[in-house]
Design a protein around this ligand. Sequence first.
Ligand code: ZN
Length: 203
Amino acid sequence: MNYCNHCGARIERRIPEGDNRLREVCTACGYIHYQNPKIVAGCIAEWGDRILLCRRAIEPRYGLWTLPAGFMENGETALEAAVRETQEEANARVEVTGLFALLNLPHVSQVYMIFRAEVIAVDGEPGPESLEVQPLDETSIPWDRLAFPTILHALRFYYSDRRAGAFGFHMGDIIKNGDGASFVARRASPEELAPGAIASAHR
Ligand code: ZN
């Protein structure tokens, strides 16, 4: 960003008074352009024993598989965003049954909120963001062609819970290190939320 959203003057990067981080600040009107993480909301949409996966018709990760999910819009709730994205990308109307996973990607300043949902109806063709939509079971999921690590980890949690016969709530962080990234699962119970309490690396 080079110019102020409000007055069009040049912005500079500096730490505003009373702050402790570099911000983009207008040199004329003083407006501070705060940048904060974006939330991606989506659904594990259950259709009987299977779930809906979409093959991406857009970059990044064109042609790879993902859960229906996308950036929240202003003025909607996370749940509304997840339902809307599922309608747009999978052409499926769903009823959400609960929040299933919260995954942080601090290196790109994104937070994923993945809900479980039941498919009420699927109508017609998928939206323009999907090449195709398939109801898949665990063995038919293209595990080596998933678009994002968040999707991989949400699905691993999902099938792990399913085998155990009970669905919980899961949190995890995808931490970039060098060319790769590691996944740190964080438990959701209060004592395990204590600072530094890392549960286990979820494989
Ligand atoms: Zn300005």
